[in-house]
Ligand binder design. Structure first.
Ligand code: B12
Length: 151
């Protein structure tokens, strides 16, 4: 869906969100898209950019204490990199419960329910690999998250 046609809340609750790629992924426009989508919905976004190591993700998340971490990967390694990253986050006590979602093109050959279930079991709140309705799904999920950003 085009950004201009996204349903926007009149008084959105502002969330602090990290948008990040995975360690191996150098694609950028997926991250720019997510940043614009979330900023236009009223949220505060830190876009960590491409090729973010697990160490950097943990350190940025500890420093920023986001309401949500949005991981995006399209290079086909996302299911592998994402699993490793969420395991690192969940093993870090201060980040063990920080909501995190992942999306994009996580493998090659299209969505794989088994692989996505493994990502959910490891600690992601949602996996978005379906396509057109994913941005709306992400915004709907964010609406029910608690916020740490004062109005
Ligand atoms: C441009 C491009 C590149 C550029 C990237 C330049 C840059 N710095 O950004 C370059 C040439 C560097 C590149 C390299 C590679 N690429 Co490339 N690339 C593309 C291409 C043509 C467009 C990507 C793009 O910018 N799309 C625009 C953005 C806005 O859309 P998007 O990425 O699809 O994201 C959308 C959704 O996926 C969704 N989304 C994404 N993440 C998330 C997260 C959440 C939470 C949600 C809700 C939604 C969401 O929202 C976005 C908007 O709808 C795609 C093919 C294509 N047409 O998609 C291949 C593609 C992504 N690349 C691919 C591959 C394989 C590679 C390489 C491995 C090639 C190689 N052998 O070297 C390398 C990987 C490099 C690396 N280390 O990651 C494959 C991935 C295969 C797969 N996953 O099935 C693709 C799909 C091409 C193909 N059909 O084979 N690539």
């Amino acid at each position: 869906m085009e950004l201009s046609r996204m349903p926007m809340l009149e008084n959105p609750v502002r969330r602090k969100i990290i948008v990040t790629s995975t360690s191996s992924d150098s694609h950028i426009w997926n991250l720019v898209f997510l940043q614009l989508l979330l900023e236009e919905a009223g949220h505060e976004v830190a876009n960590l950019g491409p090729c973010v190591s697990d160490d950097m993700l943990v350190s940025e998340a500890l420093g920023r204490r986001p309401d949500l971490i949005v991981v995006s990967s399209v290079n086909g390694h996302g299911h592998h990199d994402g699993l490793r990253a969420i395991n690192r986050l969940r093993r870090t006590p201060a980040l063990a419960r920080t909501p995190a979602v992942i999306g994009g093109k996580l493998g090659i050959g299209g969505p794989d329910p088994q692989r996505n279930q493994a990502l959910l079991t490891a600690g992601f709140q949602a996996v978005f690999e379906g396509g057109r309705d994913d941005p709306e799904g992400l915004l709907a999920l964010i609406d029910v998250l608690p916020s740490t950003v004062s109005a």
